[in-house]
Design a protein. Sequence first.
Length: 63
Amino acid sequence: MNWADLWAALALVLVLEGLVPFFSPRSYKKMVEQMAAMPESSLRYTGLGVMIAGAVLLVWIRG
């Protein structure tokens, strides 16, 4: 793995994370409020699911 690839991936994450609050700030605020009301265990399992999906996708793309 190349360090440039890692930095490029992190930059892309930042771009993607910024899309929702930029294009739909009202929906983003509602989503954050809903997340704040969720139990921590639900957030942990959601985060785990997203990480696993990302890892599987990365392995599939990079082969």
